[in-house]
Ligand binder design. Structure first.
Ligand code: DGL
Length: 271
């Protein structure tokens, strides 16, 4: 048994790689639902159904703990899954809360009332579904007072990344950064609120001054997972091999993933 990492496609690899750096002996099964990506423009019900299906595959492969390394699924489906669907002996964690705990200077699971924090202006780049869900603002509002979030939906950016079309990705980033800066000229923190976006973080970086902090989920989630497993060693299970699965065409997905990651990433078909 092992830990599962789920994403709509290739974006969760950014989280997988950081987990591997911190926990090199941890066996991980990655599942990319490339056959159904992108999720970011789908209805909440579709996202819920697809995410449950993907997580079920990981449960059936023996995972007791699954990280949903997809903001869209975390924002739109996770709460309902935890309330209505996840079996008692399994755990599903999302990527939103650890990042928000970081921004609001909180320890894991600190559920005390919202407080004033040092940050005022946050820029969030995310998929249209994540932005529409307002989950980021909701979770932030539970923990902090007086933080202004300016959200920018980045329609088409996940498709460009999944296709490996970096030229288009760069043009789209420029367009969306421009739109955001017109509404919030001086953000203090930039959140790359989609796990695909760190794959093209250099396109974001070049539009912001050096001092501006850019956060993505990968590091923060990997650190939180390490912490979680120290406190819940029963969730690790036996050591098996790590594998990457996809609902898409494994050869095609391998080619795109390896190009974006800069190392060979092999995929098997999820059945
Ligand atoms: N990586 C997913 C996320 O973090 C992409 C969603 C999509 O498939 O559109 O939101």
């Amino acid at each position: 048994m092992t830990i599962g990492v789920f994403d709509s496609g290739l974006g969760g690899l950014t989280v997988l790689f950081r987990i591997r750096e911190r926990l090199p002996d941890l066996p991980i099964i990655y599942l990319g639902d490339n056959g159904n990506a992108p999720y970011g423009t789908r209805s909440p019900e579709e996202i819920y159904q697809m995410t449950c299906r993907g997580v079920q595959v990981l449960f059936e492969k023996g995972c007791k703990l699954v990280i949903i390394a997809c903001n869209t699924a975390s924002a739109v489906a996770l709460r309902k899954m935890q309330e209505e669907w996840v079996p008692n002996d399994k755990r599903v964690l999302g990527v939103f809360v650890p990042l928000i705990e970081k921004i609001t200077e909180r320890q894991w699971g600190d559920n005390s009332p919202p407080k004033k924090v040092s940050i005022r202006d946050v820029a969030l780049f995310a998929t249209p579904s994540t932005v529409a869900s307002k989950a980021f603002e909701r979770e932030l509002g539970f923990r902090a007072i007086g933080v202004n979030v300016e959200s920018q939906p980045c329609d088409g950016l996940v498709d460009a990344i999944e296709l490996g079309d970096l030229y288009l990705a760069e043009q789209l980033v420029e367009l969306y950064v421009d739109q955001l800066l017109q509404r919030l000229p001086k953000p203090e923190i930039i959140v790359l609120g989609c796990t695909h976006y760190p794959l093209v973080s250099n396109f974001f970086h070049k539009h912001f001054e050096k001092g501006v902090q850019m956060l993505d989920h990968a590091d923060i989630v990997a650190e939180s997972l390490k912490d979680y497993l120290i406190r819940h060693p029963d969730k690790v299970g036996e050591i098996t091999d790590s594998i990457c699965l996809t609902t898409g065409d494994p050869l095609y997905v391998k080619e795109k993933a390896s190009m974006l990651a800069g190392i060979e990433v092999n995929f098997d078909k999820a059945v």
